[in-house]
Design a protein around this ligand. Structure first.
Ligand SMILES: Cc1cc2nc3c(=O)[nH]c(=O)nc-3n(C[C@H](O)[C@H](O)[C@H](O)COP(=O)(O)OP(=O)(O)OC[C@H]3O[C@@H](n4cnc5c(N)ncnc54)[C@H](O)[C@@H]3O)c2cc1C
Length: 296
């Protein structure tokens, strides 16, 4: 779970700096000091208005506070993030009546893969209740809507057939996985890996190991392949050799991603085989946790 908070502010424009505010783009900052284990964001709204906030992982925040001898919490970090933004001057909570009741707050967002099984006899879960947000960016609106449409159709058939058993609802598991959910486990691995990196490693990786193809993949909500760390030309070889831990970690997440996607696209049609399918999934995830030193 990520603890998140955000504000809808009206503000006066300070300096122009598109790395802190861009009227045409949503900005995300990956910064392990300001948003340990999460990220911070500046989303433009209409002129002079912004949605600004950040999310942190509890354990990462505790480690960061220990490391820097700080006692920061979520609200304090959002305050620092707003203050350091050179574009946003004199922010005040929005006065627009359409924003009333939605001006500021803190909430939790799940960032693991969705539940391995979404149904039981007479029972189904969807959206945040089923941990559906994408583990890499906590985007949960798309999966919630997508999952709801599939579930709605499956329930309509169940009502028609007067059969509300797990077996009758199972189609929802299979269809959600085949069409939308198949890459969530691999995003969970990528998220866990990114959380182990320092700011310098993230910046170096973004500049040197991320290709246009990877950016296109991320934009299409697909897992990046990090092919650059697999190409051995002299310049790339030097970059890889001077950053072996980073390069091999990216290569590992890419190959683990292919395995997990393949496994998820093989989701079982038969509830009786679920346990076997899940065991194989957990083995893959467990292996990654050991590799990233996440097992206590
Ligand atoms: C700060 C923040 C920023 C986010 N930004 C983004 C973003 O930019 N893009 C994106 O895609 N996602 C974003 N998300 C995630 C996204 O908001 C959620 O994943 C999404 O809203 C989940 O939809 P849902 O319908 O499953 O749950 P919710 O939106 O939480 O809806 C559940 C509803 O059920 C109601 N409810 C709860 N208990 C009961 C009860 N007992 N009886 C009746 N009603 C009940 C609640 O009041 C609520 O209205 C963000 C989340 C947070 C916290």
């Amino acid at each position: 779970m990520e603890s998140t908070g955000r504000y809808i502010y009206e503000f006066e424009y300070g300096e122009e700096d598109k790395t802190f505010f861009d009227k045409d783009y949503c900005l995300i900052h990956l910064d392990q000091y300001l948003a340990p284990g999460g990220y911070s964001w500046v989303f433009p709204k209409e002129k002079g208005k912004v949605n600004i906030g950040l999310g942190v992982q509890k354990r990462a925040l505790e480690n960061r506070n220990k490391r820097y001898d700080k006692k920061d919490n979520l609200i304090g970090l959002i305050g620092q993030y707003v203050k350091m933004n050179p574009v946003i001057k004199n922010p005040i909570l929005s006065t627009d009546e359409n924003d009333m009741g939605n001006l500021e707050g803190t909430w939790q967002v799940p960032v693991r893969r969705h539940n391995d099984c979404l149904v039981a006899n007479g029972y189904a879960i969807v959206g945040d209740a089923a941990w559906m947000p994408r583990p890499i960016d906590a985007g949960g609106i798309g999966p919630a809507i997508y999952g709801s449409v599939i579930l709605g159709k499956v329930i309509a058939t169940a009502i028609k057939n007067k059969d509300y058993s797990e077996k009758s609802l199972w189609k929802y598991n299979v269809e959600y996985m085949n069409t939308y959910g198949y890459n969530m486990a691999s995003f969970e691995i990528l998220r866990k890996y990114l959380q182990t990196l320092t700011n310098d490693e993230i910046s170096y990786g973004m500049k040197n190991f991320l290709s246009q193809e990877d950016i296109d993949d991320i934009t299409r909500r697909q897992h990046p392949k990090f092919n650059k760390v697999k190409i051995f030309n002299p310049i790339m070889l030097i970059k890889i050799l001077t950053h072996t831990k980073l390069a091999s970690g990216l290569k590992y997440t890419s190959s683990k991603s292919s395995k997990l996607i393949k496994h998820n696209l093989n989701y079982t049609d038969n509830p009786e085989d679920f346990e076997k399918w899940q065991k194989e999934l957990l083995n893959e995830i467990n292996e990654a946790d050991i590799r990233f030193n996440l097992k206590n």
